[in-house]
Design a protein around this ligand. Structure first.
Ligand code: NAD
Length: 476
């Protein structure tokens, strides 16, 4: 096997060199057989198996603290599940689809053939560093592509481990890792890939879409934003609040689909806060002692969260501590709820990406829906309640990347549910067959029969053509 090189010297040259070699290798086997793809998926699975402990340790060191249980639960297991799911369904996904023709096409026949695009570029963020670089890779390999991976500069230990692990298990012209920061990332996304999957912030997503447009490279943009949770009047707070808190505090809120803020009936705010404190106490009896609570990724991110809370407080919001002291030294940010933050504070404008939960009061269900619809289309929406009429109203009146009803996060844990945003939270989707299709060209092929009715319409046109056109005008 050939190790992928860390980026030194001219990153753009190195990227274009590896891309050219991957394209050449791909051209020698444009549509790989299932056996080739299964072998790549097997190698990916073996790689994760052999490296899981080293990956976990590197991720924990990159974060400051992140428990191995968290990494196994949110990075390793979902990626292994995606590999196994792809392997189980691969032959069915690859099969050409027969398509029925209208009578005007008789007696021809038609097929849809699913083919790889070629070389896929995958750019990933730091928050689930393994899952978000390798899950898109599962779709890329299953669809028969080759791939280049650009993990985040904020998880340098993991990126280095990934580079070595990939080098051990794949030839560089199959899968390669390019490590580096924003400059390398910009050079990467400017390269003429056959498809790009970018996971990251909306601001950088815009730049990626622009760079890709120059090459007409199709892009899947998996972005973030403010995902709302709505506690309906019919919600059972005893079961709903712990589920909401679990989703909010997973990875200390550094989750793209974390509930960003919660809409609560105005007269139940106090009940909600009591339940939220109880839920945090049950899940994290200690913030700093047992290692279950994840650190904020960097000093800069920690300070930003502190500023978000300070600004909201200065503008009149009430900050309610949901647990004991955090530990700034280890970047353990103790969770807080913020009630009554005005709309113009940064907390209510930007994606929070941390353990701060704004609580927004509402009086009627219509008001809650209007609040959601008055903002960018979110990546996820959560609704808690037992009133089916109310549930249906929210589902039909709002647009979101995905929804979990009566829980949080879980819609993206299922490989048969496409995962992707809408509007400011991105476009395109992956996971399972959606990921396979996102990275395949579905090529329509019409096979003409020995006898073709179209010949009756060849010029010169006479009475037959007139009659046929009348027929077509009425019945085609
Ligand atoms: P980010 O946008 O800052 O960085 C993501 C990646 O983009 C990194 O690899 C970075 O090196 C690269 N990058 C930086 N500048 C670039 C440029 N000019 N051109 C091309 N690439 C560039 O995001 P982040 O801080 O790593 O991650 C947090 C964000 O990601 C949040 O907004 C979160 O919601 C979002 N996110 C979305 C999903 C999803 O699946 N939709 C998942 C996780 C995170």
């Amino acid at each position: 096997m050939d190790g992928s090189m860390p980026v030194k010297g001219n990153a753009a040259e190195m990227i274009s060199d590896i891309l050219a070699r991957q394209k050449t290798a791909w051209a020698l086997d444009v549509t790989p057989e299932a056996a080739v793809r299964l072998d790549r998926l097997d190698r990916l699975e073996r790689m994760i198996g052999a490296w899981s402990e080293r990956f976990s340790a590197a991720i924990s060191a990159d974060f400051g603290n992140r428990s191995a249980v968290s990494t196994t639960l949110t990075d390793i297991v979902p990626t292994l599940a995606a590999i196994r799911h792809a392997r189980r369904h691969l032959k069915r996904w690859m099969r050409p689809r027969r398509v029925g023709l209208s009578w005007t096409g008789w007696p021809a026949s038609a097929l849809l053939i699913r083919q790889p695009f070629g070389v896929v570029g995958i750019v990933a963020p730091w928050n689930y560093p393994l899952n978000l670089v390798l899950s898109p890779l599962v779709g890329a390999l299953a669809a028969g592509n080759r791939a280049m991976l650009k993990p985040s500069e904020l998880t340098p230990g993991f990126s280095e481990a990934l580079r070595v692990a990939v080098g051990e298990h794949f030839a560089e012209d199959e899968v390669a890792v390019i490590a580096g920061g924003p400059e390398v990332a910009a050079a990467f996304t400017a390269a003429p890939f056959d498809h790009l999957i970018f996971t990251g912030s909306t601001a950088v997503g815009r730049k990626v879409a622009e760079a890709a447009a120059k090459n007409l490279t199709p892009v899947t943009l998996e972005l973030g934003g403010k995902s709302p949770a709505i506690l309906d009047r019919s919600a059972d707070f005893e079961s709903a609040v712990p589920r909401l808190i679990w989703g909010k505090l997973l990875n200390a809120g550094q989750t793209c689909v974390a509930p960003d803020y919660v809409l609560v009936p105005r007269d139940r705010i106090e009940v909600f806060l009591v339940a939220a404190k109880a839920a945090v106490a049950a899940q994290y009896p200690t913030i700093s002692a047992n290692g279950d609570y994840t650190s904020i990724i960097s000093e800069r991110h920690f300070e930003r969260l502190t500023r978000l809370v300070d600004e909201a407080r200065e503008k009149g919001a009430t900050v309610v501590s949901l647990a004991g002291e955090g530990d700034p030294e280890r970047r353990l940010f103790s969770p807080v709820a913020v009630v009554g933050a005005p709309d113009d504070c940064t907390l209510m404008q930007e994606e929070i990406f941390g353990p701060i939960l704004p609580v927004v009061p509402y009086d009627t269900a219509d008001e809650a829906i209007a609040y959601v619809n008055g903002r960018d289309r979110p990546l996820a929406l959560y609704w808690f309640g037992t009133d089916r009429v109310s549930e249906r109203k929210v589902l039909t009146s709002t647009i979101a990347g995905g929804v979990t009803v009566n829980d949080t996060i879980l819609h993206l844990s299922q490989d048969d549910l496409p995962f992707g945003g809408v509007g400011a939270s991105g476009y395109g989707a992956y996971h399972g067959e959606a990921g396979f299709l996102a990275l395949s060209k579905e090529k329509p092929v019409l096979r003409q029969a020995r006898w073709s009715a179209v010949t009756l319409l060849y010029p010169p046109y006479g009475r037959l053509a007139d009659w046929l056109l009348k027929l077509l005008s009425r019945f085609a």
